[in-house]
Write a protein that binds this ligand. Structure first.
Ligand SMILES: Nc1nc2c(ncn2[C@@H]2O[C@H](COP(=O)(O)OP(=O)(O)OP(=O)(O)O)[C@@H](O)[C@H]2O)c(=O)[nH]1
Length: 345
């Protein structure tokens, strides 16, 4: 087969909200050894933060035009309308892309996406190199999938609509069930007993023998990650998931909204408010950019449960409005007014 006709391998990166998918892909970009990559990045909230972070890498093996953002949706539900057209764009790029990395939203179920690789319009052009599930090792060691489960439990108890099975656990289980490789991330936050605990939780959730690697900051060897060579679409029907019998999966267990704020004076005060809000309300994920008065750089603020990080990522462009916008994601029933008030200080 000539190179022009060979199917382009696609690595699907799945993993719950905030597990470290974008961090892992940044590491891959920085260590691609000249391999020409393209990225499709999908987010649950309607502001594309991850695409912005990845574009900020400035890596020459993946120029900005090779990064396609599909914000405000969920790849697993928008395969025909969004995923296939995005692939078309990428496959038309010249020089030809050698490997595609797909970052799904933290709430996406990977199975419908893998199944789409059988579709006539794409099956001769792409194949699934492998499904990589990124897991937040620190959260698992705390007996959580993500975030602050104590506050979540309170929120769920107060919301009678949430009387079915745990949707967080279900998404997590389905992501693991489809994995060809599990990346246990955030090991820098764990001692040996934490690593043992998280490893045991992963082993319990894994239905098959699958390799698990333990890393910090997504530092997986790029050639290994991008060369699993599984062809997962041929095996996906054998991977049972909890949502197999659902015809229409619409993420109505989860909710997201944007909190706009004016320029801020004190980054530490903002991260404090974010941490306090996450802790008090059981929000799963907060992320966004803040404009700090007098600073030419924009501040990237992220929370996974109550754990908050922030750093200046790049200068505001002249064409950009200097404003603070935080995306909040949690279970349905989030109290938008309370959360907005708390974040406003
Ligand atoms: N301590 C620590 N923090 C990490 C590690 N990996 C990622 N983080 C932090 O965790 C947060 C979430 O990381 P992301 O890479 O954005 O996670 P994600 O899975 O892409 O998040 P979503 O797309 O929102 O689901 C950020 O604040 C990261 O800096 C790690 O290994 N150790």
């Amino acid at each position: 087969m000539t190179d022009e006709l060979a199917r382009v391998p696609c690595t699907i990166v799945t993993g719950f909200l905030g597990a470290g998918k974008t961090t892992l892909i940044r590491h891959v970009l920085a260590n691609a050894n000249g391999r020409r990559l393209a990225i499709i990045v999908n987010e649950f909230g309607d502001v594309g933060i991850d695409g912005e972070i990845l574009k900020g890498c400035g890596d020459e093996t993946c120029p900005e035009e090779n990064i396609v953002e599909l914000a405000n949706g969920c790849l697993c539900c928008t395969v025909a309308d969004e995923f296939v057209p995005a692939l078309d764009v990428i496959l038309a790029l010249r020089p030809k892309v050698e490997h595609i990395v797909i970052e799904t939203s933290g709430l996406a179920l990977p199975k419908p996406l893998v199944q789409a690789f059988h579709w006539p319009s794409i099956k001769n052009r792409v194949t699934v190199d492998g499904v990589v599930a990124v897991v937040d090792g620190a959260a698992l060691a705390d007996g959580q999938v993500s975030g602050d489960m104590k506050a979540l439990a309170t929120q769920r108890a107060a919301d009678n609509a949430l009387d079915h099975d745990d949707p967080i656990e279900e998404v997590f289980q389905d992501q693991i069930a489809c994995a060809d490789l599990v990346v246990m991330n955030k090991c820098d936050l764990l001692d040996q007993s934490g690593i043992d605990k998280a490893s045991a939780s992963i082993a319990k959730a894994l239905p098959r023998a699958v390799k698990v690697v333990q890393v910090s900051n997504g530092k997986v060897d790029a050639p290994t990650l991008l060369g699993l060579n599984v062809g997962t679409e041929a095996d996906i029907e054998n991977r049972r998931t909890l949502h197999d019998d659902e015809l229409d999966h619409d993420h109505d267990d989860f909710d997201s909204f944007v909190v706009p704020l004016p320029e801020i004076d004190d980054p530490a005060a903002l991260t404090g408010l974010v941490a306090a809000t996450a802790e008090a309300t059981g929000v799963l994920r907060i992320k966004g950019f803040a404009a700090v008065r007098g600073k030419p750089m924009r501040l990237l603020v992220q929370a996974v449960g109550p754990r908050v990080t922030s750093h200046y990522d790049r200068p505001w462009a002249a064409s950009e409005k200097r404003e603070t916008r935080l995306v909040v994601i949690g279970l349905k029933g989030l109290d938008r007014a309370v959360i907005t008030r708390m974040l406003s200080g």
